[in-house]
Design a protein around this ligand. Structure first.
Ligand SMILES: NC(=O)c1ccc[n+]([C@@H]2O[C@H](COP(=O)([O-])OP(=O)(O)OC[C@H]3O[C@@H](n4cnc5c(N)ncnc54)[C@H](OP(=O)(O)O)[C@@H]3O)[C@@H](O)[C@H]2O)c1
Length: 287
């Protein structure tokens, strides 16, 4: 048996309880990981209480469960130690220290999780402990899954809306690594943190509206849900890119048409996360 944080109905944090359930056992191509660290991300929150962007509440329950959650254990990422492997597993062995994205399968908020060996799983960086390493996964893989489609070039001016969050902090560091000039939008309290991560300029969204200051960017990365194309179009340089990590149904459906009409590239979809996105350092963009 194992302990897991289980939610059996949608709602606030109070719907999550620790329960004893059977420990999973790995099938042929699975690895069984003892979880030593995980995160509670915005995705856990959104799914637990069906806090979905406008329009998606129509489809959300179909995927997540109509009357009760389909998947009862949250947790999109883990860091831990491989305990056992299925007969056909070749990439990992018991004792390996790993980080992994459980992604839409969730299941990270448990003592053990089984994962197919070909999922986004990598050996844990040796210079980080489990708690540190797990913080790379959710935001880092999300950022790379967009940048793999729209690679950042040295000298690009990149604006990150929501720069202090899990995805925004990864975006700053990756963009910085590729030589971009990064502007981070966050609260004043997080300005120093965002600068330390590598943002060259920081704007406090409570003091200044970046869409009204006359500056333009090659890439705008939207990680908040308030920077629709309609709002930020004049802040994107001709031929520039808007990466919508979060948007409503209208924003998703109109991305292609708005791109055609404006000559600016807008996307709300990303590449499938791969193990490569956790392994490579320095990151190499593209597939
Ligand atoms: N497409 C995908 O596959 C995918 C994957 C992961 C996440 N997402 C989505 O991407 C979004 C970001 O995820 P996350 O994990 O980074 O969330 P997060 O950790 O909650 O970060 C959100 C950040 O937004 C900032 N913020 C709040 N109000 C703001 C405003 N008015 N202007 C600018 N910044 C503001 C907050 O900064 P302060 O604390 O400084 O106010 C916070 O750090 C979420 O909506 C999430 O659902 C999508």
């Amino acid at each position: 048996m194992m302990k897991a944080a289980i939610y059996r109905k949608f709602g606030g944090p109070e719907v999550v309880n620790i329960e004893e359930i059977p420990k999973p056992s790995p099938r042929n191509t699975d690895i069984l990981v003892k979880v030593l660290a995980t995160t509670v991300s915005i995705a856990d929150h959104r799914v637990r209480c069906l806090d979905l962007p406008k329009g998606f509440w129509i489809f959300g329950p179909l995927a997540l469960g109509v009357f009760a959650p389909r998947k009862k254990i949250l947790g999109m990422d883990i860091a831990g130690i491989v305990q056992a492997v299925g007969k056909s597993v070749t990439k990992f062995k018991p004792g390996d220290e790993v980080i992994a994205l459980t992604g839409a399968n969730f299941g990270g908020h448990a003592e053990y999780v089984c994962l197919p060996e070909n999922d986004p799983i990598s050996l844990k960086p040796k210079n980080m402990n489990f708690e540190e390493a797990v913080t790379l996964v959710f935001g880092g893989v999300t950022a790379l899954s967009f940048f793999n489609r729209f690679p950042i070039k040295s000298g690009d001016e990149v604006l990150v809306n929501g720069a202090s969050g899990a995805v925004g902090t990864a975006v700053i560091q990756i963009a910085n690594h590729f030589g971009a000039i990064v502007t981070g939008i966050c609260s004043g309290g997080n300005a120093k943190f965002v600068s330390l991560l590598g943002a060259h300029h920081v704007i406090d969204y409570k003091r200044e509206d970046f869409t009204k200051n006359g500056e333009t960017y090659d890439v705008i990365v939207e990680c908040v849900g308030n920077a629709s194309f309609e709002r930020v179009r004049d802040s994107i340089k001709p031929g520039g890119v808007l990466l919508l990590m979060i948007t409503d149904l209208k924003g998703t459906l109109s991305a292609w048409l708005n791109s055609k009409k404006s000559g600016k590239r807008i996307t709300a979809s990303q590449d499938k996360p791969l193990a490569k996105d956790l392994v490579s350092y320095p990151p190499k963009l593209g597939r």
